[in-house]
Ligand binder design. Sequence first.
Ligand code: FCB
Length: 397
Amino acid sequence: MSKFPAGFLWGAATAPHQVEGNNLNSDFWQAEAAMPGMERSGDACDSYHRYAEDMRLLADSGCNAYRFGIEWARVEPEPGLVSRAELAHYRRMIDTAIDLGLTPVVTLHHFTNPRWFAAEGGWMGERAVERFLSYAETTATILDGVPWVCTMNEPNMLAIMTMMARLAASGQQWQSPTVDDGARPVLPSPDPAIGRRLVDAHHAVRDLIRERTGAKVGWTVANQALVARPGGEEKLREVRYVREDLYLEGAKGDDFVGVQSYSSMWVGPDGIEPHPVRPDNTLVGTAYRPDSLGLAVRHTWEVTGGTPVLVTENGIATGDDERRIAYTSAALDGLEAAVADGVDVRGYLHWSLLDNYEWGHWAPTFGLIAVDRETFVRTPKPSLAWLGDLARRNGGR
Ligand code: FCB
């Protein structure tokens, strides 16, 4: 018997920049061109044109929900200049999802900013909150029938990206603390001042979307499932606050909080330990830790004071689809146990629907569906059918 409640959402997630292609007016497109060593997103998966096919594959598998995003850089190509045609495009996406029986979970901001917003100073610019609010006001007009809206994706990661962009703009470079044996670098802790700015932006947009639409509103936080080594307990509290808890506290009073979890990291007395190269690492160099989802969900529940949880991302970068199924199955065990212990979980959205552009790289494949980068032909992997079957049984295994 499944512990997942009736009406549970089962599905997958994508982000505009990673799948649409040719997101020319965004700051990330600009960064790809400027930064050596970054692969280009280019046509990505051409989902800008092929979204209906993507959604049909997901719906046909048996899943009932799709998380996708609206690209600010397309909707507002210049400050105050709204593209009605782009708004109509995203409305068609929402309609397509609904017609296929997929509950749309819509993200308003997933890492990328319009170039003009970045040029104005980005998230620390004087008009940042006002600009985001005005974009949200514009998008609110097409959100009829959308039950779930995520204002921002991983503000804690966005804060790090904002910090690095500011460093780059001032001619400085962030020095990675990693040792040069290929161990995964530990990202710097985000400046809490940026975090507080993002919390303000989130609250302003949350209130507006609530007022203008019938949607439940929240934001999605990257959970690192940090665990203390003996002697690392105090350090854990310190790093977890600036990297995670500040943002989880920002979700108090929201209708839901998105949990995004992939792996776990240890914290010793000196801070987060870089994860070493190991044969069972994922393709992004992280530890194989399917148990991280249970840890992340429980921590989120605790810090947000019992805010309903939607798993908005969980998955693994691997070329071996059996391993994806094994990982996801074990992650769902942890999720089910959390539900059994009373955590209010509303859905599970796998990252990702497609093998897509992983922020500078194409090699880490997270998808339930493979995409030929030249012909754009989609080939579902066994994991898609596996997840769809599970969805049909509401998680009963
Ligand atoms: C998350 C991002 C998502 C994707 C996955 C692998 O941090 O939200 O866009 O890159 O990681």
